[in-house]
Design a binder for this molecule. Structure first.
Ligand SMILES: [Zn+2]
Length: 86
């Protein structure tokens, strides 16, 4: 159905489909033990993520994707670096 005059006015004359919604990055991996707090030996095929200074404890992740997700999460929970503004 073509956009009505009112719709075009509202969106600045743009036509066509709306951009796809941003994929969720918060969906949890369903692999058992993925994201668990890393205590003891790292499970087979898992990678332990530990970011220095982060309030996040070391955690074990099952795949490169999960490892990146975990690293980003831990970095978000790190105190901001810098402080060189005087
Ligand atoms: Zn995973």
């Amino acid at each position: 159905m073509p956009a009505t005059k009112a719709q075009l006015q509202w969106n600045g004359g743009k036509a066509g489909k709306a951009p796809a919604s941003t994929p969720s990055t918060s969906s949890r991996c369903r692999v058992e033990k993925c994201g668990q707090v890393g205590r003891g030996p790292v499970p087979d095929g898992f990678t332990r993520v530990r970011v220095k200074g982060s309030s996040e404890p070391a955690r074990d992740y099952c795949s490169p994707y999960c490892t990146h997700f975990g690293t980003a999460l831990a970095e978000l929970r790190s105190p901001a670096e810098g402080g060189d503004r005087g």
